[in-house]
Design a protein around this ligand. Structure first.
Ligand code: AMP
Ligand code: MG
Length: 412
């Protein structure tokens, strides 16, 4: 059972606790089209050489360089064209001495030829051709294996697969790749004041936004998310939905709301004592947190992180604790957001003893960052304008205008 904690944890302590909840996901074989953004689980070796055969880099004529050594505009060398070799021809005969083959880009260079003369340096003839420039041996011949030898390691395990990497896999004839499985995450919001977007608000109600926000953040992190219907502040409703929805394929449950110090803290009431510990993290926003492996009757326990309900707290908590843990679990080589430094526009004051993540807008050109909104954790409009988090260390209370600060880049 994960104990609750009395003294506030540091951000790093809680990051480690959340990361420890998740076990590395297994691997699966997926089609290239489904592999974008995934992490490669094994080295990719070249099944064929790249290119697989010597081929022409130009439209022109395959020649023996020695036979056109004297060619010039004033004294062209004229030779019979013995074969026509378009790209894709698979039965190219050897090239007899004293002849040339007309050849297209990507077509196999015939045995006997050692250079290509581009069509622009000829009269373009199809039965005989007048060649008006000499060719160095090897000119415009793309050698087999010149890009990668057969068997060479093309991509190493841990590579994040994007367009060029998947193009390379296709180029060496591979149709599927082994990748780390995406963790599957359930997202569950709580709050009796919540109304689904599209509905009508009564006085005292607000639209539910954390579910959408966190489910999309999960997917952007590379995992899969199921956004559950949010529940009111009702322990039984909360418990029964969890019991119904947590199946063997679920790697993590993320809840929002119901973990602070008030009454009606549904998440805390439902989960405390069942493997999930609750306490404070010395951070702002996102002070109240909970995490653990929830013990379930008749089923394996499941990792749970309980995030506070204020939208800014929820998303910042996700960024700080959950995103890196999810990405590490799926073998990502860089689970963390990139961190850069920038000079802050305007002074900031920050509470003693709490690490603060302020919403910022970075001007990369001038290397400066400006706060957007205030530290208040309900300002979702400002959050939506932010492209970075300004990381103010726990011990810092005053950041002078122009001071260099660390900035987490959110939009990459
Ligand atoms: P809680 O953490 O449940 O005490 O909620 C803190 C604040 O966040 C309250 O103002 C809630 O109304 C708000 N809140 C909680 N959950 C959500 C949600 N899913 N969507 C939007 N606001 C929420
Ligand atoms: Mg609530």
């Amino acid at each position: 059972m994960a104990a609750s904690w009395d003294a506030p944890r540091s951000v790093d302590e809680h990051r480690a606790a959340v990361a420890a909840l998740l076990t590395p996901t297994g691997t699966e074989q997926v089609a290239l089209a489904d592999a974008a953004g995934r992490v490669l689980a094994a080295d990719l070796h070249a099944a064929v050489a790249l290119p697989p055969f010597d081929n022409s880099a130009m439209d022109g004529y395959a020649v023996r360089a020695a036979e056109v050594a004297t060619a010039s505009g004033d004294a062209p060398v004229t030779l019979p064209v013995a074969e026509d070799v378009p790209a894709g021809r698979t039965d190219v005969p050897p090239m007899a001495a004293g002849t040339v083959h007309r050849i297209m880009t990507g077509a196999p260079v015939p045995e006997g030829a050692d250079a290509i003369v581009p069509v622009e340096q000829t009269d373009g003839g199809t039965t005989t051709v007048a060649i008006s420039a000499p060719a160095e041996p090897g000119a415009f011949v793309r050698l087999a294996g010149g890009d990668a030898a057969r068997g060479a390691v093309l991509l190493t395990a841990g590579t994040v697969l994007g367009a060029s990497q998947l193009g390379l896999a296709a180029a060496c004839g591979v149709a599927t790749l082994p990748v780390h499985r995406r963790p599957h995450v359930l997202v569950l919001s709580t709050g009796s004041e919540l109304v689904a977007p599209g509905g009508t608000l009564l006085p005292g109600q607000i639209y539910e936004s954390n579910g959408t926000m966190l489910a999309i953040a999960v997917r952007e992190a590379g995992a899969t998310a199921e956004q559950l219907a949010f529940v009111p502040d009702d322990v039984e409703a909360f418990r029964s939905l969890i019991a119904e929805k947590v199946t063997a394929g679920v790697d993590l449950v993320i809840t929002s709301g119901g973990v602070s110090a008030g009454a009606y803290e549904v998440v805390k009431e439902a989960l405390a004592g069942h493997g999930v510990g609750f306490g404070k993290v010395a951070m702002q926003p996102g002070g109240p947190q909970g995490a653990g492996r929830l013990e379930l009757k008749g089923a394996d326990d499941v990792a749970v992180t309980t995030l506070p309900g204020n939208p800014v707290s929820s998303l910042v908590s996700f960024e700080v604790f959950v995103r890196p843990a999810l990405r590490a679990a799926m073998g990502h080589p860089s689970p963390e957001r990139p961190v850069v430094t920038a000079r802050v526009n305007g002074a900031l004051t920050s509470p003693a003893g709490r690490r603060q993540f302020r919403r910022g807008v970075l001007d990369a050109r001038s290397g400066t960052v400006s706060e957007i909104g205030t530290p208040a954790s309900h300002l979702i409009a400002a959050l939506a304008q932010a492209d970075c988090l300004i990381d103010v260390p726990a011990e810092v209370e005053h950041v002078e205008d122009g001071t260099t600060v660390a900035v987490w880049l959110l939009e990459v």
